[in-house]
Structures are given as C-alpha cells and as structure tokens.
Design a protein around this ligand. Structure first.
Ligand code: S3P
Length: 450
C-alpha cells in the first residue's frame, strides 16, 4: 500500500562506472497472476521468486480475503491453496489494492462471475485511474459496478450469479483489460472470446494454458483472437517467476549512460510481448548482449549484459512496438536525453493513464533538468544533448509513480548536477531493493531532504 506513508525524498548524484551483477526482483505481471490463478485452483500452487513488492503483497492479501490460503515461506517462496474456479468467498471488508492497476483489474475480473459482492479501493493514484475499461466488458457477463464519477474507485462489484459467456474486442491496447475478461470467462459456461487488435503481454494466456485451461490463440486480420473454454478445473502448478524485464530496464539503462559501466542482469524474462525496450536501445546504438538464452516455466529467459554506450543516437520508436515496452518509456526518455538527436515516441496515449500521466511527469522533470521535450495527446519527442551535456540539478515530482522515481534516479547518475526526487517511496511497489542494488553497482542515491 504505497503512497500511504511518509514521502521519501531522494538525491541521485553523478557516479563512477557501474559494475557487477544486478539480481532484479521477480516479474510483477507474472507474480500477480501466480497468486490469482493459484487461488482459482483446488490444491497447492508453489511459487518461487515472487516479487515481494507492495503491489503484489496487496494482491496476496486480496486472495486471502476471497478465501485462499496464501503463505509466505521466506526468500521468495510462497504457496497458495486455492478455492477453485467459482469458489471465491465474499470478502468481509474493502479490498485495498494500493497503487496497483494490474492487481485491482485482474481481481475484478476473477471475482466478476461469482455470486458475491466486493468493494475495491486504492491509493490516490489508483483512485484516479479509469476502471470503466474493465467494468464495461464485465457488464456483458452480467456483473454490476457502482463507482465514483468517471468510473473511478472506490467501486463495488456485484458478481454475476448466472454469467453468460462473452465475445469482446478490447478497444485499447491493454493486457489488464484482456486478462480481466479472460479471468471472468473462467466461471462462465461456454466459450469466452477476446479479440485484441494489437498484441499485448500474453502471460495470462500462457499461464492459463499452464494451469490446464483450454485456450486457443489465432492470429487473424482482425487481430489476435483468444478463445477460452469456460468452467475448467484448474490444476495447481509449480511456478518459477522470471526476473522482471521492466525492473531490469533501470540498471541496464543506467549502465548505458554512465561512462565505463559493465553490468550483468541474469535470468530476465524476455517474452517478446515485453522485450521492446531492448530492441529500441539496440537501434539507438546500445551495447547489449544476450547470453544463455533458454526457456523456463513457459517463458523465454536470458542473461543480459549492458555496457556504457558512447554513441547513442535518437530514433523514431515504431508505434507498433509500444505495447511491448509500455512501462519502459520513462527510462527510455532518460536514455534519449543522453543520445544525439531526437527520439520520437508515437502512439503512446496509454502512457497518460498509468500510475501517473507519464508523458506529463517525465516532460516536466526532463525540462527542469535542461532537456527539450515536445508533446501531444499520444506522442512525445525528446531532443538529446549527448553524453556529458545534460545539466540536471532539478527537483522533480514522482507523482506516486515508481517508474518516474526510478527513471529520474537513473538520470542523476549521469547528469552534470544531481537530481532530486520529491518522493521515492512508490519504488517499493515494484522494486523494493532498488536503492541497495544500485548502490552495490556503484550508484550514489541517498535519502535526502533537499
Ligand atoms: C500489465 C499491463 C500493462 C502494464 C502494467 C502491467 C499487466 O498495463 O502497464 O504495468 O500485468 O497486465 P495495461 O494493461 O494498462 O497496458
């Protein structure tokens, strides 16, 4: 439950080369899904490498509230004894999903076709985010939702007692919406069909298949057509969560911009629906090497080495790649500031409805640090100044957004003057070991009151 505590001001100072191994935490998307799917099986699911960030801990608490037994065995080892598809109990109290859009939207989907009522809330960031994108398709199953104006939390969902299967074309590129519909479809009779025009992260599809659901994916002219057979009996699994490529992005990008750096990030998930940042960085001239490519638990995994890259160039990021790197634009815009020329990012309207309006949050901070940023409703451009030329010396607002806080912490490692971040506390939602891990590599991030 981030954003409920005292703000943590931070300063990130220019530092010497970053060197060593960065063992980043488990994947956030897969961690949420492991707990939720574990709760929807009868029997015990074992999870290794679960991300123990606030977002996922909120989902663990929520699964307990719906009747599952969720046990932390220490060191990232967890078990979930589930209640089965359609077996959720009615929670005794309000479900607080903290900062997590993924948590609340997936859980809404998972409970929407059970004859129970639940009320959801979150922190100031989450309570400002649109939920209609999930409650609209859930209404087609027969679920009722009553929330605040504009479809905002706090919100109560009355699950459909006699759900009907649904065919739904997702109007925005969103894995959360797709996943909410699929999870709701689990307890509807017959086949639920979800069509997405642009492919988004496919962890839900892969994991549903892994848990024994019958799910087919077909690439058609209309897009990806996903068909799920309802009311399966899911089988408990043993899950090894790969390390999060979205968290890996921070030490990787830091290594690219700090002279002399050489950082290894082992075991990161490289699902093609998540790996767009790395292709983009390579096109910009980044020195990245993928070692030991392999498959673990149904997901491609590799060890990634990133070295200081003296000749970074601005590029036009293909809009078709946006969904596969949607969480990485904040830190990409930092790398773009140290490149020569313009980095053009189009087709990224979704950035405006994340934990913050990420175009606005980054544009304000980058400008304060001396970098030119131009923006429109669904695009932005960063004009890079080249290595050694980015002034920095600004105090920036993280706006309750972990990725904004970490992006500016990375920036301060290579600017002329330190970067000050008003509140680093949201970092605990996805990357609770960020400060220690970066310090071990040689970064100088201190908690400050500057
Ligand atoms: C996620 C989907 C994405 C992403 C978020 C995690 C998921 O959100 O930004 O961090 O695990 O399904 P959208 O579905 O809103 O694009």
């Amino acid at each position: 439950m981030s954003g409920h505590g005292t703000p943590i001001p931070m300063t990130s100072r220019p530092c010497g080369p970053l060197k060593g191994t960065a063992n980043v935490p488990g994947d956030k998307s897969i961690s949420h899904r492991s707990l939720i799917l574990g709760a929807l099986c009868v029997g015990e699911t074992r999870i290794t490498g679960l991300l123990e960030g606030d977002d996922v801990l909120d989902t663990a608490r929520a699964m307990r509230a719906f009747g599952a037994t969720v046990t932390d065995h220490g060191g990232g080892e967890w078990t979930v004894s589930g209640v089965g598809v359609g077996g959720f109990a009615e929670p005794q109290n309000v479900i607080d999903c903290g900062n997590s859009g993924t948590g609340v939207r997936l859980i809404m989907g998972a409970m929407a076709t059970s004859p129970i009522t639940a009320t959801f809330t979150g922190d100031a960031s989450l309570n400002g985010r649109p939920m209609g994108r999930v409650t609209d398709p859930l209404a087609l199953f027969g679920t009722q939702a009553v929330g605040r104006e504009g479809g905002r939390l706090p919100m109560t969902l009355v699950g459909a007692a006699e759900p009907v299967p649904v065919q739904y074309t997702v109007p925005v590129p969103s894995a959360q919406v797709k996943s909410a519909v699929l999870l709701a479809g689990l307890n509807a009779p017959g086949q639920t069909v979800v069509i997405e025009k642009e492919a988004t992260r496919d962890h839900t599809e892969r994991m549903l298949q892994g848990f024994g659901a019958t799910l087919h994916v077909e690439e058609t002219d209309e897009g990806r057509v996903i068909t799920l057979d309802g009311q399966p009996e899911l089988t408990p699994q043993t899950i090894i969560v790969p390390r999060d490529p979205s968290s890996a992005a921070f030490p990787v990008c830091a290594a690219l911009i700090v002279p002399g750096s050489d950082v290894l990030v082992p075991n990161i998930g490289l699902n093609p629906t998540r790996a767009g940042l790395f292709a983009t960085l390579q096109e910009m001239g980044a020195d990245l090497t993928f070692e030991n490519m392999r498959e673990e638990g149904g997901e491609p995994v590799a060890d990634l080495r990133a070295k200081f890259s003296p000749d970074l160039k601005g590029i036009a990021v293909p809009p078709a790649r946006a969904a596969s790197m949607i969480d990485e634009y904040p830190v990409l815009s930092v790398v773009a500031s140290f490149a020569e020329g313009v980095t053009d990012m189009q087709g990224v309207k979704e950035l405006r409805v994340k934990e913050s309006d990420r175009i606005d949050a980054m544009a304000k901070g980058l400008r304060a640090a001396g970098v030119q940023v131009d923006e429109g409703p669904d695009w932005w451009q960063v004009t890079g100044l080249g290595h050694g030329n980015v002034p920095g010396g600004a105090t920036v607002a993280s706006q309750l957004d972990h990725r904004i806080a970490m992006a500016f912490a990375v920036m301060g490692m290579a600017t002329q003057k330190p970067m000050h971040i008003d509140d680093g506390s949201p970092i605990a939602t996805s990357f609770p070991i960020f400060e220690g891990l970066m310090a071990d590599l040689g970064a100088q991030i201190v908690r400050s009151n500057t």
